[in-house]
Ligand binder design. Sequence first.
Ligand code: FES
Length: 578
Amino acid sequence: MSDKKTKLRSAAWFGDVGKSGIMHRSWMKNQGIPDHEFNGKPVIGICNTWSDLTPCNHHFRKLADHVKRGIYEAGGFPVEFPVFSSSESNLRPTAMMTRNLASMDVEENIRGNPIDGVVLLVGCDKTTPALLMGAASCDIPAIVVTGGPMLNGKHQGQTLGSGTAIWQLSEQVKAGQISMHEFAAAEAGMSRSAGTCNTMGTASTMACMAESLGTSLPHNAAIPAVDARRYALAHLSGNRIVEMVHEELCLSKILTREAFENAIVTNAAIGGSTNAVIHLKAIAGRIGVALELDDWRSAKGTPTIVNLQPSGQFLMEEFYYAGGLPAVLKRLGEANQLPHKSTLTANGKTLWENVKDAPCFSDEVILPPEKPLVKDGSICILRGNLAPGGAVLKPSAATPSLMKHRGRAIVFENIEHYRERIVDPELDVDENSVLVLKNCGPKGYPGMAEVGNMGLPPKLLAKGVTDMVRISDARMSGTAYGTVVLHTAPEAAARGPIAVVRDGDWIELDCEKGRLHLDISEAELTQRLANWQDTSNIATDRGGYLKLYVDNVTQADQGCDFEFLQGCRGAGVPRESH
Ligand code: FES
């Protein structure tokens, strides 16, 4: 099966007839690998984010076995290797803080090893962007295999969506509608199978981004983790990566500017997570595509047609049964909403060739574009004196009547201040107030925690208030909802204007005009910024990765990558170690 004409970078390790080749082959042979495996076969890395501490990815060793079968079958030589696994549910202070660390691990593993192509096993939120970022910086043939979403959560006859149910039930506890005991009873039913969050949270969003970018086979995003077809797709991806190596189909041929524009529109159509704004920017930066925050405005007018929580009703299981992402892309294309039909994908076909005949089996789950869930589901990009570097809001998760709002600020200096103050029955707050949370940005938290959807004051919840305008330099879980302004840049810890907002200041939000305004004079703002004192209290004095992160992370509008990691460094073979 192997094509001897293909120039393989692994030949620099295994193809040498002298001492160097003997050394590399000899140590590998301690795994029981016979001679013929080194005879010019493409060496395919399986980059695995398996970890018991990343529960969403804990089934990945089985997934890797199926990828291996496909690689062997196509004439390749599979080599599985572990990389740092960012666990959204366990890692503190945030999994986001380790996304760049994981990407460095991936990049150096690929470049430093005899690898001709790579299969990226991703699932939990940060693992998808981290592995794509690392592989993009090397620009070798790469294909994404996602672990797939969990089955629907079930508890006492109710269907529960990952994350979204946590936010909903905890608000009900605060409002006195259910007991803590009832909340806790739902715990096991929420996550009852292998897989990632089953809502259109960040993991599902990034899986859809990877598919719409063309980096995976069709249907990769939605097949449930425990569905046998997930393992068949892994096998086929193993087949395909070997061909990709022979075709020299590197990531830069797939990750074009047009592909990112397709992904931006797809995000609006699926009601995707705001985290995609940061991750797509970071991936684009690695492959050398200049993607700006304002490019997200290009999706304006794109309807949200995927009726999934947190914006809508259903979960990923139903999404797959309804036709998955190919059905969505087909509907977008037929409605002239898909900007580029001819972008190349991992299977060698164009995006449109892959989806043009895709059936849709449920108009309730994947809505016709003329009857959308939200007429304009594009991420709203906001600018103004409160966010000179920009901020974002997810319209499909917001209350339409609050998307144009003027209210008095109630300010929290950090997350601890918020937790202490929000429960104060004397807090001078009403439903028209604007909650402002500082020091939760990339440097300030650090890692930009998903706390932007801060819970409402219990006394307002008890009154039946369900949403308020909230503004922060934080992120929000893709499973969360509300009229929430996020990613305000520059952040407070970088002396952004959000740092000097005070209780009682008037703030204006106008999503239609893309405006976020602090209603004080320019002179007053300048004066406050001149007198600003850093209250973020970032403990970098112990050094380590935390210091590397805080010293180098860029702001949200720049993708939160490290400046020194941006760009493609290629996969040139490094010099020998002996
Ligand atoms: Fe891992 Fe949601 S916590 S995908």
